[in-house]
Design a protein around this ligand. Structure first.
Ligand SMILES: NC(=O)c1ccc[n+]([C@@H]2O[C@H](COP(=O)([O-])OP(=O)(O)OC[C@H]3O[C@@H](n4cnc5c(N)ncnc54)[C@H](O)[C@@H]3O)[C@@H](O)[C@H]2O)c1
Length: 265
């Protein structure tokens, strides 16, 4: 049976991960895409983190290259696309996975931090699209996937995080409509409470809440039996959206959240 991404070139921004015990969304997507036959360009501002992902892919017999770039720098974004074209001559799938939160949870957060949240979560995406979309237009199509969050549609106290992810959702849908005639599909995944290093190790470190206690609290907030999801749940959703199985799906904001965002009251 053919692999689901056989012959495709995929670029993943944020393909490394925050150190921790579990696997992160970007790494899980990268590994899964390679298992399904894609050649994956692993982009991360931490070259070491991208290289760890590459090692995992190559151990399984997959193909990947690492590339160091910071998506908040427009020159780096241009270089990502130039490198991909030089290596592979095309780009079928582009995933913007990076994101950062505002742990201070209030308007009192330092304005610099607000800017950082927006730079990483939204401006970098705009920068990348300036170079990615012309390539996809020229080749007659492509699949764009963004890692958003159900925070975008919830009443989270993380004000900058929510606003930036809501902006990402809006940009996803605008691009889906405005470039549809060029065969470009754009979709976003909205993960809910996931057991990833960024969420568990990151939030535990930022808030001082014990890791096991944090896991227990988060498990209890997910309606679906089994508690939190894992990065593999996000990766399988991304795999579907990246594949030709989703060729008529564009402009979708897909929750991967165990029914959390469907619960009202
Ligand atoms: N884990 C959750 O519970 C959860 C829930 C909802 C949404 N999300 C979203 O998932 C995404 C992150 O998932 P992950 O598990 O892969 O995170 P992660 O933090 O483990 O990995 C992200 C990678 O991105 C890299 N990175 C950060 N800023 C960068 C930049 N400016 N340029 C290039 N690389 C950069 C980091 O070095 C890291 O290797 C984010 O968009 C986040 O908002 C996560």
């Amino acid at each position: 049976m053919a692999k689901r991404l056989e012959g495709k070139i995929a670029v993943i921004i944020g393909a490394g991960q925050t150190p921790g015990e579990t696997i992160g969304n970007g790494r899980a997507m990268s590994v899964l895409f390679a298992r399904e036959g894609a050649k994956v360009m692993l982009v991360d501002r931490s070259f070491e983190a991208a290289e760890e992902t590459r090692a995992q892919i190559e151990k399984e017999g997959g193909e990947a290259v690492s590339f160091k770039a910071d998506a908040t720098h427009i020159e780096d974004c241009e270089k990502v696309v130039e490198k991909c074209m030089a290596l592979f001559g095309r780009m079928d799938v582009f995933v913007y996975n990076i994101g950062t939160g505002d742990a201070s949870n209030s308007l009192g957060m330092p304005p610099k931090r607000w800017d950082t949240v927006f730079d990483i979560n939204l401006k970098g995406l705009y920068y990348m699209y300036r170079f990615v979309i012309p390539v996809m237009k020229e080749q007659g199509g492509g699949a764009l996937i963004n890692t958003s969050s159900i925070a975008a549609i919830s009443s989270t106290p993380m004000l900058a995080y929510r606003a930036s992810k809501a902006g990402m959702n809006a940009l996803t849908q605008s691009v889906a409509v405005n470039y549809a005639r060029h065969g470009i599909r754009a979709n976003a995944i909205m993960p809910g409470l996931m057991n990833t290093p960024m969420a568990i190790d990151g939030i535990s470190k930022a808030t001082g809440v014990d890791k096991n206690e944090l896991i227990k609290q988060r498990e209890g907030r997910v309606p679906l039996k089994g508690g939190m999801g894992s990065a593999w749940d996000v990766a399988y959703a991304a795999l579907f959206l990246a594949s030709d199985e989703a060729k008529f799906i564009s402009g979708v904001l897909l929750p991967v959240d165990g029914a959390q965002s469907a619960r009202v009251g």
